[in-house]
Design a protein around this ligand. Structure first.
Ligand code: HT7
Ligand code: ZN
Length: 876
């Protein structure tokens, strides 16, 4: 694990012209023959050797222009192949043969087996586990791929691009050939072979070309791919309409596999998906699953232009494709569903995942400058903060100039591997604006803190808004420059009417966007007839922590009258949060817990407001999580007190809103037959939120059990099961429901994952023993990432009282699991270990236990680079 620095970037000495791969597939001995045509890059050292990357490889043949390369001319290790004395000015062909073992590949990087099929994962550096190669994203070439395999076991032979042809190939075998004309980096290579069912459709593009669409799933599961297919067609259409992007091959394929390290992978023309993000029907998928499938299908499809046609020069530029593509999938979902509800969900996710990363030991810039293990930089900062930065460019430029900048980007850089600077330059050129200060968002880590206060001058009819920004220190960045912070802003009169200033001085205001660019700044709004109520950072226009003291009355006014519904939701959160923080403190002191009536009234008013969409009302009812409360408290945290405080507030709201919740539960029925559309999902979300509150005041599980028995879809069923298991864990009803759910879905791995996750999240110290018990049962498959994430991941990321039990047993358990997982799958181990990133916010006794567990990992003999990198940074 050497540290790689952005400043060391150099182009390769050799240019790769073409790639021709032949795979002779075998579960344990696959022969890979790579024919690579290179020429020396002009202006480079004519004597320089060619150095190719490898990972765990052994060379079994090497030809130069079809002739054996003598032993003295090359050197092969597991990690590299060096060839000397290569032609100075003419192209040459290198033929490299390697034998690899897909069955033994437990890292799930390179060529591996999942559920009896062959599949690949090459991003970021998996291709070098297949053959020696210049395995970096700035080496682009067209690929021809020939696949030979046993015909009975592998009727399906797939790779990138268009199908060239296939035929029989000796005894019991057959072959297929694919050609991808679009030059691509090796990380976008894919191969799939095996026996799968297919769902087929077509899409006619904006220039009238017909594209064949195929989604491959396990035999018998074809009907469950219908929603994914629908989402794919909607994505293709949307990218044409919104961004003018047309698909560019004759065929687009998706393959669902059950063993996968992440959500999905955008390989050119052949996306490979975690089957969790493809398979859905009402019996097995929740509304959240449907929304995820839609978003991830879109995300991978959108990569075809933002990532594949235009790719990254090096891995430091990862946000070039990921931040931008997340922004695109967010916009897609906002257009397909409810924009404000989507925005609320995004901000919830950003605050609960990215903000802790940005304020802890793993903080890094959206565009980092060094890494030890690139797999550890597929982070929420690169993805979600990267998306927020793109969104801010759109906010600064406005819709038309942003579109012009994107068009210029697609025009100027099609077929290239580029940098964030190239991307920003397109928006500068399209708009004439200088984005130098704005680009600090890519380079400075940490969530800016903006402190705001307003003063009204009745005589002058002015409202002065004083703003101050502070970007906290983060690892490797002690001091920061002031950033360009675009704050959407509105002022409201006491009757809820929008107040429009006659002018604004001492700050730029464009539409509703106020530009904070200095460390301190006071904007003066003129022509304000009465004391205004300030709504700041509407629609979360900038990812900051905002400190603004507002009275409960003002917040209630925003919650009622803001035209931006995101801001309404934010006002409800701002009303509720102080109650939750105080409740945690009171629970710790053993004091009685109370709750402001203004908050309860505003919450119930929103829940009851029929002019608001049900999905919004459900979001309003979902209080900040225990982790959110811990973050806001800021340190010396006791998870048990936070839990007890939050439960007490839930109970107070439940008590006050009993009749509101009962009416919602009765009235928010959804249509039969089931429909996964956003409006129906919103009604289910509101009904289940009401049920959660009702069960909070129920003393017995009868109502939740009745809901469980009556459910006719997975959303309602899993919501009822969660209430039973979390609220009444020791009841006979909860036990029977858990058993019934298990028996009904025993054959469905994705549903058993839900069953495990619900149990892993049961609050309290006893859950650890429950998890250890579940790990002893035959359904616990250590090699399956979804299963490990469902049980160990949910426990560590989403169960603060169970994982953080006072005796430290949760942390010790995690350390053992990490060391075990690391032996097989370092990427997965490192990711689950990031659940420890906020350990320093714990009270002293727990923090001490957490540190000991981390040191137990750090001291272990044979750690992967992935885990070593995370544990070292978390402990630093
Ligand atoms: N670009 C992909 C990221 C990725 C990945 C996927 C699967 C397994 C390992 C992986 N490493 C990186 C997914 C995406 O962002 O679309
Ligand atoms: Zn992506």
């Amino acid at each position: 694990g050497q540290i790689v620095h952005l400043a060391d970037y150099r182009p390769t000495d050799f240019v790769l012209e073409r790639v021709d791969l032949t795979f002779d597939l075998h579960p344990t001995e696959t022969k890979v023959e790579a024919r690579l045509i290179f020429h020396r890059r002009e202006g480079t050292d004519p004597k320089a050797p060619l150095v190719l990357d490898g990972d765990d490889l052994s060379l079994s043949g090497l030809l130069l222009d079809q002739v054996d390369v003598p032993a003295g001319q090359f050197e092969a290790t597991a990690e590299s192949l060096t060839v000397r004395d290569l032609p100075e000015s003419t192209p040459f062909e290198l033929t490299i043969t390697t034998i690899i073992n897909p069955e033994a590949n437990t890292q799930l990087m390179g060529l591996y087996r999942s559920g009896g099929i062959y599949c690949t994962q090459c991003e970021a550096e998996g291709f070098r586990r297949i053959t020696y190669f210049p395995d970096r994203p700035d080496v682009l070439a067209p690929y021809t791929v020939n696949i030979i395999a046993d015909k009975a076991a592998n009727p399906l032979l797939l790779s990138n691009g268009n199908f060239l042809g296939g035929a029989g190939y000796g005894e019991g075998k057959h072959f297929a050939a694919w050609f991808d004309p679009h030059p691509k980096p090796s990380y976008l290579f894919a191969l799939v072979a095996g026996d799968l069912g297919v769902v087929e459709d077509t899409f006619v593009t904006m220039s009238d070309r017909e594209v064949a669409l195929k989604i491959y799933v396990e035999h018998g599961k074809e009907p469950r791919a219908a929603y994914a297919m629908d989402a794919l067609k909607r994505s293709m259409k949307w990218d044409e309409e919104r961004f003018g992007r047309e698909y560019d091959l004759d065929i687009f394929m998706i393959v669902a596999v059950s063993d996968f390290n992440m959500g999905a992978m955008e390989n050119k023309g052949l996306n490979v998906f975690n089957d969790k993000y493809v398979l859905a029907d009402p019996e097995i998928a929740t509304d959240a699953d449907y929304a995820n499938i839609e978003a991830i299908i879109a995300h991978e499809y959108f990569h075809n232009w933002t990532g594949n046609r235009i790719t990254c020069r090096d891995w430091f530029q990862l946000c070039l494709k990921e931040g931008l593509t997340v922004y695109r999938d967010h916009e897609f979902s906002a257009d397909q569903r409810s924009r404000p509800v989507k925005r609320i969900a995004e901000v919830r996710h950003l605050k609960s995942e990215q903000f802790p990363e940005d304020s802890g030991p793993l903080a890094h810039p959206v565009r980092p400058t060094k890494y030890r293990e690139i797999n550890n930089f597929y982070t929420t900062t690169v993805y979600e903060k990267g998306s927020e930065v793109t969104r801010m460019i759109a906010t600064l430029l406005g819709r038309d100039l942003f579109k012009k900048g994107m068009d210029l980007y697609f025009d100027r850089h099609d077929g290239q591997a580029v940098t964030i600077e190239d991307f920003i330059k397109c928006f500068e050129d399209a708009s004439g604006r200088d984005l130098t200060q704005f680009s600090l968002w890519y380079h400075q880590a940490g969530t800016p803190l903006v402190t705001a206060s307003g003063t009204y001058d009745a005589a002058a009819k002015t409202f002065a808004l004083s703003l101050e920004q502070m970007v906290p220190a983060t690892p490797g960045q002690a001091t920061k420059e002031p950033m360009h912070i675009p704050l959407r802003t509105a002022l409201f009169a006491a009757d809820g009417a929008l107040l429009t200033p006659t002018s604004v001085t001492d700050a730029e205001l464009t539409d509703d966007v106020l530009h904070l660019t200095a460390r301190t700044q006071t904007a003066v709004f003129h022509g304000i007839p009465s004391r205004p109520v300030l709504s700041l950072n509407r629609s979360f226009s900038t990812p900051i922590n905002l400190q603004l003291s507002q009275s409960a009355k003002d917040l209630a006014l925003i919650a009622r009258y803001e035209t931006d519904h995101f801001a309404r939701w934010q006002a409800l959160i701002d009303l509720g949060l102080p109650n939750l923080l105080q409740a945690a403190r009171d629970a710790r002191q053993g004091n009685p817990i109370t709750c402001d009536a203004a908050f309860v009234d505003a919450l119930l008013a929103a829940a009851n407001d029929e002019s608001l969409e049900p999905a919004f009302r459900a979001q309003a009812l979902a209080l900040p999580s225990e982790a959110d409360i811990a973050r806001e408290l800021g340190g010396n945290n006791d998870p048990d007190a936070i839990h007890a405080g939050r439960q007490a507030i839930l109970a107070l709201v439940a008590e006050a809103g009993r009749s509101v919740f009962a009416a919602l539960y009765d009235n928010m029925q959804t249509s039969d037959p089931f429909s996964p559309d956003a409006a129906s999902a919103g009604r289910r979300a509101l009904r289940n939120a009401a049920l959660t509150y009702l069960s909070q005041s129920d003393n017995a599980p009868a109502r939740a059990k009745a809901a469980f028995d009556a459910a006719n879809n997975m959303t309602d069923l899993s919501a009822a099961l969660t209430i039973l298991a979390h609220r009444f864990p020791e009841s006979a009803e909860a036990k029977a429901a858990l058993q019934g759910f298990h028996d009904r879905f025993a054959e469905n791995a994705l549903v058993i994952d839900k069953w495990l996750a619900i149990q892993a999240a049961i609050p309290g110290a006893a859950t650890l023993e429950r998890i250890q018990g579940l790990m002893e049962t035959p359904l616990f498959k250590r090699t399956n990432p979804n299963r490990m994430r469902a049980l160990v991941g949910t426990f560590a990321f989403a169960n603060p009282t169970g994982f953080g039990r006072a005796d430290g047993a949760g942390y010790r358990f995690l350390a053992e699991q990490i060391l075990d997982i690391d032996q097989r799958n370092p990427q997965l181990a490192a990711r689950i270990l990031t659940s420890m990133r906020s350990w320093r916010l714990l009270e002293l006794v727990r923090a001490d236990h957490a540190r000991s567990a981390l040191m137990q990992i750090e001291r272990a003999g044979s750690l992967s680079t992935d885990v070593r990198d995370i544990v070292d940074r978390i402990l630093k």
